[in-house]
Design a protein around this ligand. Sequence first.
Ligand SMILES: Cc1cc2nc3c(=O)[nH]c(=O)nc-3n(C[C@H](O)[C@H](O)[C@H](O)COP(=O)(O)O)c2cc1C
Length: 336
Amino acid sequence: MTVALAGLTLDPAVFLAPMAGITDLPFRRIVARFGAGLLVSEMVASGEMVTDTPSVRAKARTDLGLGDGALPTSVQLAGREAHAMAEAARRVADMGARIIDINMGCPAKQVTGGASGAALMRNLDHALTLIEAVVGAVDLPVTLKCRLGWDRDCLNAADLARRAEAAGIRMLTVHGRTRADFYKGQANWAAIREVVEAVRIPVIANGDITSSAAAREALHLSGASGVMVGRGAQGAPWRLSEIAHALHGTTAPEVPQGAARAALVADHYEAILSFYGRDLGLRVARKHLGWYADEARIDPGLRARIMVAPHPEEVFALIAEAFSSAPARAPEREAA
Ligand SMILES: Cc1cc2nc3c(=O)[nH]c(=O)nc-3n(C[C@H](O)[C@H](O)[C@H](O)COP(=O)(O)O)c2cc1C
């Protein structure tokens, strides 16, 4: 199953979700090794981008990895001012983005307090001015990511979808929660169906899709054209490829075991250190190392030593020790 988007074919229809602080270039590259139909960048704050100096913009180009044609990357923009959104869209288009996504789903107070992210779902007229500004600014396909609504009394994703489609949005991803839900409870995949039925553009289901069985159920209940996976890929960059294999018959990923798993984790660790520099890299890497350790069920004592080790050389040695001897995991199996 693929998604066609204004001349682009997103294949397979299993996409990596944008996650601020997580889906940076090193992580997107690791996920891309196994395969994904689309990788969405961390959210880029449009206001900050357009006031940055040229050297900061040059850094953003490298950070976003848009020169890397092998990665099907969508750049997500967040903001509340139409002119800043349009200008940021032009800049990331010039840098080589293939798709621009607009964030209308982020529940964080710093973002909604600034009336961007999910707060835009409380004011669809204003949301539409941003959509029109971005669509009008670039020739690239523009997509949108939102939640079901602001809260249970304001479930307006289908309204937003209809208006967004009329304004030129080419694809919509819906996280099956409201802003008031934050990340609590279970994503409501069935509620996404109303959005699917409201528009002709592809709608992608998102939220709690952590396995092939969950992806199958989400597609069944929502009628969506594809799935987007966020937290399910943490510590398991092969997850999207596993789901694509189970649902769409693409080649199964070779999930690295033993020494190969240790090599993958070490590669990712090294990429983080070179991307962020040693000091920041050491800190940024810890959350990924923790997820890899949980996924591989590393002995808790060894996990704790990895998390506090102060020098990269020590971390590399502990990665080799911990992951080389970790018990092999059976390939994902689905209930019939
Ligand atoms: C740490 C973190 C950061 C996130 N950052 C963004 C973001 O920058 N933009 C966005 O649209 N969604 C963001 N999200 C939401 C995810 O894209 C996704 O909608 C949500 O996690 C539900 O999907 P999942 O259950 O597969 O993780 C973030 C989620 C997490 C956990």
